[in-house]
Design a protein around this ligand. Sequence first.
Ligand SMILES: [Zn+2]
Length: 90
Amino acid sequence: MSKDGKPEGEPIVFTDRYQALGIPYPEAETMCLGQCEGTGMVPISRGETDPVFMRLWREAEAKEPSDDGWHFVKCPDCGGTGKRTADAQG
Ligand SMILES: [Zn+2]
């Protein structure tokens, strides 16, 4: 085992989006309450029905068309920080 707890010499298996993105787990107390679940990024598909995500998807698609119809966009709730905003507290 390496010092960060990952087995060495074995294929890396991502079990969740935090490992997949290589970011630490968010603190439950401070993590964003939006769709990003503390990552700051939200996966959205062309099938989104929320107007906010529909707009973000179109913006992302205009910038760089997706092969599979998915885009990772900055979370509109936290602006990509993954932290709960002051408005959402309480
Ligand atoms: Zn967020």
